[in-house]
Design a protein around this ligand. Structure first.
Ligand SMILES: Nc1ncnc2c1ncn2[C@@H]1O[C@H](COP(=O)(O)OP(=O)(O)OP(=O)(O)O)[C@@H](O)[C@H]1O
Length: 602
């Protein structure tokens, strides 16, 4: 198999993992969506009234035309025709009025439901624990919030009420046809399933063609995105021709699916039309024969009225077919949305959780064993104690368990065995918010949110004034940082802080942590290399940040380790050495070897 086929295959696999776009109607799900309309019961009930009126109005309009033809026109009664036309005009005006309000109310109801659903989903997402976020792809979370909710919105705003109007219209048209001529009505009833079957088959085929089309489009966009992001690698490895060939294949693939969609539409739409024409021919023959009978109870006007009603009976079949398709899409979206809403957080604080008032910052691990997957522990029987105000440096090879320890201190995960105590309280029994309020975290990636420098620093203390922010920056020895920024505190940091240098980003993260004045500080030192002047600055700021609080530092700088009260050396999830820097050097073990490498690299 050549490379083009391999890539296409792997992309196909990726796309095959796309979630199902449709699922059968499920009244449990529909009921659940409808519970979101409860706060808007008045609006929803008014909407149902307009739906009822709409289903009556269209047949009534048609009936009025037939009545005028059959009555005043047949009698050549000019006055009657004028009154009839006026009556029709009034009825038609009221029809438009009701249609306007039906659409408006449906629009408002759909928007309200979607807005509430989005908020419920966002609040729920924030309550989920770290493991869920690690296991779930961001794209999936975003599509819950966007395309799935959008499908539900269309379901509420359009599908539900349009279908009700159409079904109502069909029922009333059926009654009218029965009244005009029950035999002709039976003929119409016989044709309805044929039309429904053709329509259903058409939609199924179209839906499968459209799915192929969507998937091929996803392959194109995925390849395009990769090509743009990875252009440097492409050019460096002179892969342009190869990539162009792969892209060409995908583009041809997409084109063939597009043709298939058009071919399906081109085949079925005339077929549906033909079906209607056949129906008209049959109705003309049978209806005409019945009217022409000398003792026929059916007048010409009745036949005209019957034609109109038959049209009102058949046109909803096509519309309902379309809506049915949309409804199945909404079902798939709703099912995914609700299954996310029903995902419980991995754990919750006990009801009587201890609220930590003012912590001293004493932390103790007692025989802690932990694994992201319980069957595969990454920390084994870890025990240590950190006195208030101490700095604990975590050192070890990559994957040795340093970040896992800070994940446990921060109560992002719970251990499988052993206990973690803060101020003597088992973390399991501690109220998480009260812990997090007194905890500061500075991560390696320096995550900044979209907004200004001020917004980002205030994240640590929403009530902080500008004076407090400036004071914190001064304490960190980086007051001049603001002068170097184009708009001072007002400077936009761009997406993820993209408009700032990595040193500036780190300082802002330090300020964000310091302004909250945490009792426990967690710091994953950045490994990115920065110039020595910035490095010295960060070190000074770091010393300020660490002073007076219990700190856990995943240390990458020798100076941080030297100043630590305790260095914990990890190897394959176990603490293999512990002590101060000098003591560990004397041991001449794992740490001494790591140190040698540090010094050589440094
Ligand atoms: N979210 C996760 N899900 C599953 N396994 C994980 C997760 N995070 C880390 N691990 C695994 O746990 C082990 C310890 O990882 P950890 O991140 O604690 O190491 P580390 O010492 O901080 O490494 P580094 O210095 O590279 O950041 C590794 O084997 C890693 O593959």
């Amino acid at each position: 198999m050549n490379q083009v086929q391999t890539l296409s295959r792997s992309l196909t696999k990726h796309v095959e993992r796309l979630e199902d776009r449709q699922r059968p109607l499920d009244f449990r799900l529909i009921g659940r969506i409808l519970t979101f309309t409860r706060p808007y019961a008045v609006q929803r009930n008014l909407l149902l009234v307009t739906v009822l009126l709409r289903s009556i109005q269209l047949p009534a309009l048609t009936w009025a035309v037939a009545a005028v033809i059959n009555g005043p026109i047949a009698r050549k009664d000019v006055n009657g025709v004028m009154w009839g036309a006026a009556g029709f005009a009034v009825l038609s005006l009221s029809t438009q009025f009701v249609m306007h309000y039906r659409q408006l109310l449906a629009l408002q109801l759909g928007e309200s439901v979607v807005c509430d659903l989005r908020q419920a989903l966002f609040a729920h997402l924030q309550s989920l624990r770290m493991r869920w976020f690690h296991q779930t792809r961001v794209g999936r979370v975003i599509s819950r919030m966007t395309s799935d909710i959008e499908d539900v919105r269309i379901g509420v705003q359009e599908v539900l009420f349009v279908t009700l109007v159409q079904v109502g219209q069909m029922l009333i048209a059926s009654c009218a046809m029965l009244w005009y001529d029950w035999m002709l009505f039976l003929m119409v009833l016989g044709l309805a399933p044929v039309l429904w079957l053709i329509n259903h088959h058409f939609h199924r085929r179209l839906s499968s063609d459209l799915r192929n089309l969507r998937e091929s489009f996803s392959r194109i966009t995925a390849t395009l995105a990769e090509s743009v992001v990875g252009i440097r690698v492409t050019q460096a490895f002179v892969r342009q021709d190869e990539n162009a060939r792969i892209f060409g294949d995908l583009a041809e693939d997409h084109s063939s699916y597009n043709t298939a969609v058009l071919r399906t539409q081109g085949l079925f739409l005339p077929l549906l039309d033909l079906n209607s024409q056949v129906f008209i021919v049959l109705l003309l023959i049978v209806g005409g024969y019945r009217v022409l009978q000398p003792d026929s109870p059916m007048a010409v006007g009745d036949l005209v009225g019957f034609f109109f009603m038959a049209n009102l009976f058949f046109s909803p079949i096509l519309i309902i077919g379309n809506q049915y398709n949309q409804a199945m899409t909404a079902m798939a979206g709703a099912e995914r949305l609700f299954s996310l809403l029903d995902t419980p957080p991995e754990w919750s604080d006990p009801k009587d959780a201890i609220v930590l008032e003012r912590m001293t910052g004493q932390v103790e691990f007692r025989h802690v064993t932990f694994g992201y997957d319980a069957a595969r522990p990454v920390l084994h029987d870890v025990s240590f104690s950190a006195a208030p105000g101490q700095t604990i440096a975590l050192v070890g090879h990559t994957g040795s368990g340093k970040s896992s320890i800070i994940n446990l201190v921060a109560k992002f995960y719970l251990p499988q065995q052993g206990e973690i105590l803060v101020d003597g309280h088992d973390l399991l029994k501690v109220n998480s918010d009260s812990l997090h309020h007194q905890m500061g975290i500075v991560l390696q990636q320096n995550f900044l949110f979209y907004g200004t420098v001020r917004d980002n620093i205030r994240f640590g203390k929403p009530s902080a004034t500008d004076a407090e922010i400036v004071e914190v920056l001064d304490r960190l020895g980086c007051g001049d940082l603001l002068n170097n920024l184009p708009d001072g505190l007002e400077t936009q940091v761009g997406e993820r802080g993209g408009t700032l240098s990595s040193g500036q980003r780190q300082l802002i993260c330090f300020a964000r942590a310091l302004i909250a004045n945490p009792r426990i500080l967690i710091l994953d030192e950045a490994t990115s290399s920065i110039d020595s002047a910035t490095e010295a600055r960060l070190q000074k700021a770091l010393n300020v940040l660490l002073t007076g609080r219990t700190s856990f530092v995943v240390a990458h700088r020798l100076s941080t380790i030297r100043h630590a009260d305790q260095v914990l050396v990890l190897d394959h999830g176990r603490i293999v050495e512990r002590g101060r820097h000098d003591e560990l050097l004397e041991l001449d073990g794992v740490y001494a070897r790591l140190h040698k490498r540090f010094v050589q690299q440094g």
